[in-house]
Design a protein around this ligand. Structure first.
Ligand SMILES: *[C@@H]1O[C@H](CO)[C@@H](O)[C@H](O)[C@H]1NC(C)=O
Length: 406
């Protein structure tokens, strides 16, 4: 995620017709719109807040749900599937990171420096208990972990702070993604392509994998949002070196997330060559077990996640074509960043997007919203998913309660 703050005026008007269009919303507790779908589509329950017009051929009976997915059956008896994982990013250890991989360590926001937001670990407990979440992504700056020494050993004090977050996550029983939030860079240089060597990055991953080798619920997110990478095949070689280092350090079976070029966009994952290049990455035993493609996509006008209004559900332009490509090669992807503002347009489009992933859970392993964590209330951060608490009562943001929670 890159941070910038721009607001747009309303962009979209939906015309009325007698039947809801393909992929549109058709039900939910507060839904006042159309409830029947155009021919060939059926109104399909997703969660108490959201039903969607899905293709008849896409609706799966409970007897045919694969072992990769869990099932949910609505009170009306309609069968649906869900992605195995749903959750949220917990930002803070990545603050100060620029898209060229420079880091201002003074901006990292962790207790006791922040005082106006509920602690990360308490937020995660709420998300698990009240919103049925089972995965968290924990972004962190590479420079923070090694205290600005490229290729150096983990800094014990800084690692202890980050490990406190990881342990808080593991304590909830959820999966916990370690996300090196550096855009494939360190201080402007691209890993393996003129900047840090592959060995300097694999040294970091070897150390982290050794720490968490015994934790089955730790996921290794090799790198956040590579972009403007000159050679995708060289980048795939860097990713392969990280996978090899992680497995050799004893983390032999955990999920590893493989990120592509173009901010690891789900829309260009095939066309920019990321899928073809990363498809070659292998475990030590030559399998691809638990090597999952890492994709991002936002619902705003330029896929930046910096606008309050949403304009797309990304289905026709990203997730439907990517699903076909994934199915063809028998692989899966995880959407580790998505979201939008806490606005009506984003409720519409983000809910449509997530419902599509849920109905294609054979190829989409899960999704992780951007973002909860250390955002301070006074910042009024456009994509905030930070809950508030009063006494024993938790209140989620509009997008969290409408789309992300289960
Ligand atoms: C990286 O980007 C930051 C923020 O835009 C800028 O201040 C800095 O000079 C850049 N550094 C390099 C090495 O390009």
């Amino acid at each position: 995620m890159k941070y910038s703050f721009i607001l747009l005026n309303g962009l979209l008007f939906l015309g009325a017709s007698a039947q809801q269009a393909a992929w549109g919303q058709c039900g939910g507790e507060t839904w006042a719109g159309l409830t029947t779908c155009v021919s060939g589509y059926v109104c399909t329950y997703s969660n108490p807040y959201y039903s969607q017009c899905l293709p008849l051929s896409n609706t799966i009976s409970s007897s045919s749900i694969s072992t990769m997915t869990s099932s949910a059956v609505s009170s009306s008896g309609t069968s649906t599937t869900q992605t195995k994982y749903a959750g949220v990013n917990m930002a803070g250890f990545d603050f100060g990171m620029a898209t060229n991989g420079t880091e201002d360590l003074t901006q990292i926001l962790i207790p006791p420096k922040y005082v106006f937001t509920i602690l990360h670990n308490d937020q995660m407990t709420h998300f698990v208990n009240d919103d049925k979440m089972n995965i968290f992504r924990l972004p962190v700056a590479w420079q923070y972990l090694v205290n600005n020494v490229l290729g150096g050993t983990l800094n014990s004090g800084n690692f202890a702070n980050y490990d406190n977050l990881v342990q808080g996550c593991l304590g909830t029983g959820a999966l916990c993604i370690i996300d090196i939030h550096n855009y494939a860079r360190w201080n402007g240089g691209i890993v393996g392509q003129g900047g840090p060597t592959n060995a300097q990055l694999t040294n970091l991953w070897s150390q982290l994998a050794a720490k968490y080798a015994g934790e089955s619920h730790v996921v290794f997110g090799v790198m956040n949002e590579p972009h403007d990478i000159p050679s995708i095949s060289l980048w795939a070689a860097t990713v392969q070196a990280c996978v090899t280092a992680i497995r050799q350090a004893g983390a032999t079976s955990q999920i590893i997330l493989l990120p592509g070029n173009d901010w690891t966009s789900a829309a260009s994952f095939v066309s920019d060559g990321s899928l073809a290049a990363l498809q070659t990455v292998r475990n030590l035993d030559d399998t691809t077990t638990n090597l999952i493609f890492d994709v991002h996509k936002y619902c705003d006008v330029d896929n930046s996640g910096s606008h309050a209004e949403c304009v797309t559900n990304n289905i026709d332009t990203a997730f439907a074509p990517l699903a076909i490509s994934l199915r063809a090669i028998g692989r899966q992807a995880m959407l580790t960043e998505t979201g939008g503002g806490n606005t009506a347009s984003c409720v519409t489009f983000v809910c449509e997007e997530l419902a599509y992933l849920n109905s294609n859970a054979d190829v989409y392993l899960g999704y992780v919203g951007w973002s909860a964590g250390a955002f301070q209330p006074s910042w009024d951060y456009v994509d905030s998913l930070v809950p508030t608490e009063s006494g024993n009562t938790w209140t989620d943001t509009l997008l969290m309660s409408s789309c992300f929670k289960r």
